[in-house]
Design a protein around this ligand. Structure first.
Ligand SMILES: [Zn+2]
Ligand SMILES: [Zn+2]
Length: 299
């Protein structure tokens, strides 16, 4: 993550009497996603659905706040509110100016990011970094809000990328930070099942949904992810599926069922090694005929 630029425009005004809901949408715009390599036009459909969903969030309550981020292979950026001055929009076809502003700003900034993409090498999306940026943004708004004001924040990740165990540590750090800050993480998987992000939803009490039909993306977003977390308890939403709680080994970043755990620093390894590569603790080699394997724990 080499870009930590945050929106520089005026801070969203949060007054002390309001209960404000902040939604941060992280849209994976990496052209390396399998579904985009098969059909690049799907991105337009996804962007349109996300903008309509974001505007529905703003429509629910006048105090609701919104931020949209684009997560790319080398950088993550806020595309609404963008880094520059807010656009000066006039009413078009009777559409509320705030909605036009969301749509125009998002599309303009996303086009800038996509046109700056030069390499054709397929690299994974920096989702963990984008979630970390969203958490920083939420923490900043929490810090500057007037005393007594309540800010309910949640993050929605919309991605077609596969699971990347190479970001395992980063994922776990952001999930537990989000849990500590009472930020709900929702994940809408467009193409592939994401077991690590599913763990994040489970940890932060968010919802995970693998969209069965991409054509109906907006409907899934509106039905499943639009209601606020307290209202969700009263709704009949897709039943929670069994969470795959496998961990990634620190040596190869692969998800494993059974492995070795360092008794000092709790690092996970798929093979026994006499020296822990994380904390450099030296272990005794297991005796050849003892029949006991040392420090073997089921994860
Ligand atoms: Zn390994
Ligand atoms: Zn260790």
């Amino acid at each position: 993550m080499n870009n930590i630029e945050l929106p520089s425009e005026t801070q969203p005004d949060i007054t002390s009497t309001d209960e404000t809901s902040l939604l941060v949408v992280i849209l994976d715009s990496n052209p390396g996603q399998k579904m985009l390599r098969d059909n690049p036009h799907i991105l337009t459909h996804c962007v349109d659905s996300v903008i309509a969903f974001a505007n529905s969030h703003l429509m629910q309550k006048a105090q609701n706040k919104l931020a949209i981020m684009a997560c790319h292979s080398k950088t993550s950026q806020f595309i609404f509110p963008g880094p520059g001055r807010p656009l000066d929009v006039r009413q078009i076809d009777g559409q509320y100016e705030a909605f036009t502003n969301v749509e125009k700003t998002t599309k303009q900034n996303l086009a800038k990011i996509l046109s700056s993409e030069t390499s054709s090498a397929i690299t994974e999306s920096l989702l963990a970094g984008a979630i970390a940026m969203a958490l920083c943004y939420i923490a900043r708004l929490n810090r500057i809000k007037p005393p007594g004001a309540k800010l309910n924040s949640r993050i929605l990740v919309v991605t077609g990328s596969g699971c990347s165990a190479s970001q395992y540590m980063n994922y776990m750090n952001v999930f537990f930070t989000a849990q500590k800050q009472n930020v709900v993480i929702d994940v809408c998987a467009l193409d592939q099942h994401l077991s690590l992000l599913q763990q994040g939803c489970d940890i932060t009490n968010g919802l995970y949904l693998k969209v069965p039909q991409l054509q109906g993306l907006l409907q899934y977003l509106l039905w499943v992810f639009l209601p606020e977390p307290p209202i969700r308890e009263k709704l009949v939403l897709p039943p929670p599926v069994k969470v795959d709680y496998r961990a990634a080994c620190f040596c190869h970043r692969e998800l494993i069922d059974i492995g070795y755990v360092c008794s000092v620093c709790l690092s996970i390894f798929c093979k026994f090694s006499p020296i822990c590569t994380t904390c450099h603790t030296v272990f005794k080699m297991p005796a050849p005929l003892a029949g006991k394997t040392k420090k073997k724990k089921k994860i």
